[in-house]
Design a protein around this ligand. Structure first.
Ligand code: FAD
Length: 399
């Protein structure tokens, strides 16, 4: 284990490895990534990993668009597959969300993504199997889909290692070490070993649901809220061979196909299926009332799924920030500390751009710093919390 590094990244989920890979591309020097367990062993490994090509948050458009382009070329860029599966993605809106959807689609188009508003006739042509009651507007992104989040993490980690990054698993960071205003390293330990200090002038916290407590050790309060999110997994019967990925704003659910004739579905309603928890105390159950809630809404769109078989599913921990938007950047009163946390249920699909922009911000690229400025961790104390005018009070996965 090295005792000094030029940069230490804490956390080996998709965000940490993306930062490591992109920092190495910027030739930052000796980069060390410390993961307390195994790569992709926490939230990332439990992700539904949809890549939707749409956000209703105007601030996040570039993160989504750049990342979509990266995923489209992932295999060539990274040198290994993330098993991207193109399913196309439909977003369904009621009358009250139609205008917002149209604005979001226009913004994604300006950013270069192939996504369009569909008339109800076009919607029925693209997806004749779906019931369209209550839908006033819909969008379709033909290139959207999903990837394998564990493979994506491993592929980026392997590419980072080839660029010289040292990755240590089973290595818990217990403390960020500060001298005056300057970050000087971290304290770390294994399950059996002694506490060791590793010196570095730059520390990047990408520790998912555990980031809050690490940051508190240097006096930073971000009010990140870990929540347990259940995913319902169905085995489709022959009555519904397949379907596109779906975000249904009218009923509050998402659904996407999975290999082996499966469908994964769950809630995008912030009040359902986002139960605050201690990240070490998740119970892992997909409860019956949640399954019923999700199934009722899914059957509204696809009555054919009535004959599907339930496989229960799994839960994972999402880390929700106070405005349900990522928290990326640094603090003016501390030198050398950065974070990329609070992804609020959408971190997988924006992970390439988060890594790229943050790496470039760290080496002093002002354009990248500008791209990330709105996501600054200081926004909660300076009153610059990200809300949309239309939706000042209601938060959720899609903002
Ligand atoms: C059920 C579910 C479905 C989701 N579906 C989608 C989706 O469809 N599309 C999408 O874009 N996003 C989705 N998300 C969100 C997305 O998966 C997350 O935003 C993303 O995986 C977060 O990655 P991360 O690297 O920040 O966190 P993590 O994957 O949790 O990685 C953080 C790592 O830090 C390590 N760590 C923590 N503390 C320490 C420490 N002190 N020292 C060393 N290491 C430490 C942890 O062990 C962990 O491996 C979903 C999330 C869940 C739970």
């Amino acid at each position: 284990m090295p005792v000094t590094a030029d940069a230490i990244i804490v956390g080996g989920g998709i965000i940490g490895v993306s930062i490591a890979y992109h920092l190495a591309q910027q030739q930052l020097g000796r980069i060390l990534l410390l993961e307390r367990d195994v790569l992709a062993g926490a939230t990332t490994g439990r992700s539904v990993a949809s890549i939707d090509h749409l956000t209703l948050q105007p601030h996040a458009v570039d993160l989504f668009a750049r990342s979509a382009a990266f995923f489209a070329e992932f295999d060539e860029l990274v040198g290994a597959s993330c098993e991207f599966v193109q399913t196309g993605s439909l977003v369904l809106a009621g009358a009250e969300q139609a205008e917002r959807l149209a604005t979001a689609v226009a913004a994604m188009q300006t950013a270069g993504l192939n996504v369009k508003i569909l008339s109800l006739d076009e919607l029925t042509k693209i997806e004749p199997r779906m019931q369209i009651d209550g839908i006033a507007a819909a969008s379709f992104a033909p290139g959207a889909g999903y990837a394998d989040p564990v493979l994506a993490t491993q592929a980026l980690a392997a590419a980072a290692r080839r660029l010289g990054v040292v990755i240590k698993q089973g290595q818990l960071v217990t403390k960020i070490v500060l001298q005056g205003r300057q970050i000087v390293g971290v304290e770390t330990t294994t399950s059996t070993g002694p506490v060791q200090t590793i010196s570095a002038p730059l520390v990047i916290i990408a520790a998912g649901a555990w980031s809050g407590e690490l940051l508190e050790s240097v006096g930073i309060q971000l009010q990140l809220q870990p929540v347990e999110h259940p995913v319902v997994c169905l085995q489709r019967s022959f009555t519904l061979h397949t379907h596109p990925s779906l975000l249904d704003l009218t009923t509050g659910i998402y659904a996407r196909p999975e290999t082996g004739g499966l469908t994964l579905s769950g809630s995008i309603n912030p009040k359902i299926g986002h139960e605050p928890i201690n990240p070490d105390g998740a119970d892992g159950y997909v409860h019956d009332d949640y399954i019923l809630w999700t199934m009722r809404r899914l059957l509204q769109r696809y009555p054919q799924l009535k004959t599907s078989q339930l496989r229960t599913g799994w839960t994972g921990i999402m880390t929700i920030s106070p405005d349900w938007q990522p928290v990326i950047g640094t603090w003016p009163h501390l030198l050398g500390l950065y974070c990329a946390v609070g992804f609020s249920g959408q971190g997988f699909q924006i992970s390439p751009a988060v890594g790229d922009f943050l790496a470039r911000m760290i080496i002093g690229d002002s354009a990248a710093a500008h791209q990330l400025a709105l996501f600054t961790p200081t926004r909660f104390s300076t009153g610059k919390i990200l809300r949309t005018e239309q939706d000042g009070k209601r938060y959720g996965l899609l903002g």
